[in-house]
Ligand binder design. Sequence first.
Ligand SMILES: [Zn+2]
Length: 178
Amino acid sequence: MSHLIIKEWKSLQEKILVRRNLINSLELSLALLGWALKFKKSNNEVICNLYADYFKYYERLNPHDYNFHKKWYDLDELLDTILGTNTNDYRRPIVIVRDILWEIIAFKTDILCENCGQDEYRLFESLQNSQDLVLCCDNCSHTIGLNNEFPQDIPNKYIPVKKNNLQLSKFNPSNFAD
Ligand SMILES: [Zn+2]
């Protein structure tokens, strides 16, 4: 079982290595989502559960909505993480792919978390009303509703802010070079 995930991981690494100097964030996120999708309909229950736990969330998101011009991460570093991770632990690639997808898709602001001070907030929009925005900290889950004082159920009712959300222009991305 674990052998299958490691085999697919090596195949993903080879695919990305060939495109190393050409790949952009959109192409990378599509490649990672395509990789994850291979495990959705696996005959193996453990693999299916891994897919559900780590990747089902992304089914409702279209990577083309997250092709931001401003970047808050270093794409080269993300690629280095993928290409440099050679492991026999099948969970490592799953976690890395989930984390990199999150890094690319969830817009990170330059606003430091006022609760933990360890990370900057990511920006979310309500599925019902895209003008209803929420700041949320990855590190401690501290949440600030910008339009709604008590936002409820962020994982189900909010998604990472889309690039065409007009409100996004009011926010600066985190500066990864800091
Ligand atoms: Zn925090």
